[in-house]
Ligand binder design. Structure first.
Ligand SMILES: Nc1nc2c(ncn2[C@@H]2O[C@H](COP(=O)(O)OP(=O)(O)OP(=O)(O)O)[C@@H](O)[C@H]2O)c(=O)[nH]1
Ligand SMILES: [Zn+2]
Length: 184
């Protein structure tokens, strides 16, 4: 994988009119390949492995919210970054998830080529799958470099997407509680 990425980046550098042998660029294909491998490592992870059994019994059945988790992904149309925050809520059903695992779930799906809507759904479904929660809600707010650095070049628009499952979808009160708490 490293070899293929490295030679592809060499071709890109050449195609944009640069000299691959120029001093500052000699190691760039190798560095860029390593960076791209990291930014797409979500393809090589699986849910069981990252959760590592960090699921604990609890009789708390009130909503748990983890908000403002940073998110870095690559848009699947331009392979440019989109960057923002993810908020997750769930209503436990006898089991709670280790706190750090929400960030790990986000990263596992964000470090792939994505559109924001699908990323939002995949995170919600994964939380639902591992916790068996009564309800799960995920909101992502992100800025897309493909809209800022190129194309329409709009610097201030933020895309907001949400996915609600179970009680979070059915109950207006639960949904409002989540949305109110994350907007504070
Ligand atoms: N819904 C959604 N759209 C996205 C996301 N990331 C990028 N896009 C959009 O995907 C679309 C691709 O449109 P195309 O017309 O095929 O590509 P393009 O010519 O590069 O489009 P422009 O960005 O308008 O220049 C653009 O409207 C992007 O803004 C995302 O996460 N969700
Ligand atoms: Zn894009």
């Amino acid at each position: 994988m490293q070899d293929i990425l490295e030679s592809s980046f060499r071709q890109i550098i050449d195609a944009v009119g640069e000299d691959v042998k120029r001093e500052g660029l000699v190691d760039t294909p190798k560095r860029a390949a390593k960076a791209m491998e990291f930014l797409t490592q979500g393809y090589r992870q699986d849910l069981d492995e990252i959760i590592n059994n960090a699921i604990f019994e609890s009789d708390n059945d009130e909503m748990v919210i983890v908000k403002d988790i940073e998110l870095y992904s690559l848009c699947e149309h331009h392979m440019l970054p989109f960057i923002g925050k993810c908020h997750i809520a769930y209503i436990p059903n006898g089991k709670v998830l280790g706190l750090s695992k929400f960030a790990r779930i986000i990263d596992m799906f964000a470090r792939r080529l994505q559109i924001q809507e699908n990323l939002t759904r995949q995170i919600a479904e994964a939380v639902q799958q591992v916790t068996g929660a009564k309800g799960v809600g995920v909101v992502i707010e992100a800025k897309h470099m493909c809209m800022m650095m190129r194309g329409v070049e709009k610097q201030n628009s933020v895309m907001s997407s949400s996915m609600m499952l179970g009680t979070m979808r059915e109950s207006q009160a639960a949904r409002s509680e989540f949305l109110t708490l994350i907007s504070r």
